[in-house]
Write a protein that binds this ligand. Sequence first.
Ligand code: BTN
Length: 320
Amino acid sequence: MKHNLLQVLAEMKDGYVSGQQLSERLGVSRTAVWKHMENLRKEGYVIEAVPRKGYLLKERPETLSEAEIKAGLSTQSIGQTTVYQPTVTSTQTLAKEAYREGTPHGTAAVASEQTGGRGRMERLWESPEQTSLSVSIVVKPDISLREAPQLTLVAAVAVAEALQHTTELPVQIKWPNDIYINNRKISGILTEMQAEADKMQMMIVGIGLNINQKQTHFLDDLREKATSLYVESGKEWSRVQILQALFISFEKWYDIWIENGFEDIREAWEKYAALYKRPVKAVQGNKTIVGHMMGINREGVLQLKDENGNVHSIYSGDLE
Ligand code: BTN
């Protein structure tokens, strides 16, 4: 149906096609035509609807492809091998498969849509076709298992910097690794690893970005909490441009981490940190710790000072 609808719209070139004509050509009701139009809009098609004239296809969404992602990409390793699929269950799985087949450090698994996107703490991650970006990067760091959680903070700094530099929007990191703009979440990061005995084999950094969703595209419970670059800036963004900026920034911060250790990452992370030096609540399951956010320590562990002056190390959970 989608294909047929797009074909009729495209045939009209500069002209409008009425709801009635569409319903006759496609053999469905006018309400069904309208619903399909709404779905196409959610995917990034710009369709004008004018009373008594009908529908006009004005813009198609940008297509992603391996060739476009790699064109002019100035990194050494990150993204230089890219596996792209329009729709996957999760790019984490695609990246794991590539790793098993011996893919090099820096390989990126990219999808336009995920049907089973995963978030932290077994939450779901919405990644609608055309308007979102899902990427999982395979890295093979020679680090101890103790240092592994730092990579998520490296990725958070990289995402924050890429978005800030490209869009000039006020980007913040909410501990541990959510990326926020104007108090709403725009990106989430999920890091998974594979180790044998005490030796790190590989890590997969999964990054989900809301790019061109309109506010109404977020499901009810997300509408107040989530945002996209489109919502914040009022304009559409090229996913290829954002992805390339992300690869460049990720490579920069990853190399700094591997070569110089965590200190530079800690400083950059605190520069972007939401709630820095502010009163917060750290929620870990049914345990809550209230205190002032002191930042992260040399290992990347969140430090909260309670009202008695005791400093608590927080390893996991959410911050409110
Ligand atoms: C979170 O905020 O809880 C983390 C969300 C991580 C989502 C990304 S999208 C790319 C990769 N594939 C997944 O299934 N999850 C991560």
